[in-house]
Design a protein around this ligand. Structure first.
Ligand SMILES: [Zn+2]
Length: 472
């Protein structure tokens, strides 16, 4: 008997965590943090309350390093888990940056609450301690075991696992798990997060040419189609032309992991194809983005052919794309003296934290400058207010007039859209025994389920709820 229990990403997009119990082993696929919304903290505290000791878990499989898939791994260790965490080498390297950072943010937040409490701020009665410390994050990283894409690993007796390219972020994988069950076997497929085909940097998601008794498929954008890449490139080119005509700087708020590297590749490619003039003042001003870029270059084995060609071309044409990875805060401040021709890529991607706030404070009031929005902006963030056309925004508590031109690029997404998801599913030789839709808002999943039934004729679709358990 094989059993699946859903501990997160059930009817929502964060907190990915599935408990799998087979004849010979008990393991988790992902151990992600719940993010956003007022209940996230409570959910994170409850998340690993499995009703049994976490030390009874034999191993953990990690699909990729994003915090909503990996962010509670340190918490697992805090609760006593000492077993292995299997992930691709690139995922382990990225988790080595993301998990300590997540811990650091929580420690800071907790200190801040404590300070306010001491000052007698009555609105803040309780201080929530961090879910885990930087030390705990580093401890769980030592439990990670690298498994390259394509290699077979046997984490327990009677269980075989293979990681396949998912094309979502560096190191991302979908998982094929074969578990022995008496004389027969059970095949379980976990999509993790799937990327779009034909995007910069990474290879396309590998197609599943197999049969599965159970499939878990992500549904983030199961209800919509992304804009074509060609339009996205046109939008980027237009933003550059406008900014250079106006003699200003172009500020690009960008997620440190994935999006920054994608943007650098896109710029290089547009220059190579003659659509953009050479750029000699591109600054990546985010310590995490610089680290993530270095990790990405260390794993060039994961690049697609186009990216290998582009890297070779850039090496042969020095000076066409000059990128400076800004080292310290002093150099970061010095960028403020550049009035024209600078491209400043900085984090956070939604403009709520990090050095991007300084660059926006400096460049937003100048009508000749541009801000290129290349990622999703959640409601309530500074980035969202800019997209929505606010005339004045608050940065570090001060009003800042938003006179710069805001360019929004729609088509860059790390997630497959509905057509791409259906294409990927269409590669299964026959409908899986049971298909679980996860990692999507309830409304999105309802639309996606309908599309799967209509287009592929699959019947056994399940939209699991938090805590629900199924036999497969
Ligand atoms: Zn992801």
């Amino acid at each position: 008997m094989t059993r699946l229990t859903f501990f997160g990403a059930a009817g929502e997009v964060t907190g990915s965590c599935t408990l799998v119990e087979t004849e010979g082993a008990r393991f988790l696929v992902d151990c992600g943090m719940f993010q956003g919304g007022s209940e996230a903290r409570a959910k994170n505290l409850r998340a690993l309350d499995f009703g049994f000791d976490v030390r009874e878990i034999d191993f953990v499989l990690l699909t990729h390093a994003h915090i909503d898939h990996s962010g509670l791994l340190p918490r697992l260790a805090v609760l006593g888990y000492r077993g292995p965490v299997y992930a691709t080498p690139a995922s382990i390297d990225l988790a080595g940056v993301l998990l300590p950072d997540s811990a650091h943010i929580q420690e800071k937040e907790s200190e801040w609450q404590l300070r306010h409490q001491r000052r007698g701020d009555r609105t803040r009665r309780s201080v929530s301690p961090p879910l885990y410390s930087v030390t705990a994050a580093q401890a769980v990283l030592r439990q990670c075991r690298p498994v390259p894409h394509g290699e077979l690993v046997r984490p327990a007796n009677g269980v075989e696992v293979r990681f396949h390219e998912a094309g979502h972020i560096l190191g991302s994988a979908w998982l094929e798990v074969v578990a022995r069950e008496g004389k027969r076997t059970r095949t379980l497929v976990f999509s993790g997060d799937l990327g779009m085909r034909g995007r910069p940097v990474l290879r396309d998601p590998e197609n599943p040419l197999l049969e599965a008794d159970a499939l878990l498929v992500e549904s983030t954008y199961g209800n919509r189609l992304h804009r074509p890449m060609r339009e996205t490139e046109d939008e980027i080119v237009a933003a550059f032309e406008q900014t250079w005509n106006d003699h200003g700087n172009l500020v690009i708020p960008s997620f440190a992991v994935g999006r920054t590297q994608e943007i650098l590749c896109l710029l290089g490619d547009l220059i190579r194809r003659g659509r953009l003039a050479p750029l000699d003042q591109v600054f990546v001003d985010s310590p995490m983005a610089s680290q993530a870029t270095r990790i990405t270059l260390n794993h060039s084995v994961l690049f697609d052919d186009e990216t290998h060609d582009l890297m070779a071309w850039l090496r042969d044409h020095p000076g066409r794309l000059k990128v400076e990875f800004v080292a310290d805060a002093e150099r970061s401040r010095a960028l403020n003296t550049i009035r024209e021709g600078a491209v400043i890529i900085s984090a956070s991607g939604m403009c709520d934290a990090g050095r991007i706030k300084y660059h926006l404070r400096e460049n937003l009031p100048r009508a000749e400058c541009g801000v290129l929005i290349v990622g999703f902006q959640a409601a309530g963030t500074l980035g969202r207010r800019l997209v929505d056309g606010a005339r004045v925004v608050r940065i570090f508590g001060e009003p800042v007039p938003a006179r710069a031109r805001i360019h929004t690029v729609g088509g860059l997404s790390a997630h497959a859209d509905q057509a791409a998801l259906l294409d990927w599913l269409g590669n299964f030789r026959r409908p899986p025994g049971k298909t679980f839709l996860v990692h999507g808002e309830a409304g999105t999943m309802a639309v996606f389920a309908e599309a799967i039934e209509k287009r592929l004729g699959w019947r056994d679709l399940v939209l699991p709820k938090l805590g629900q358990c199924f036999e497969v």
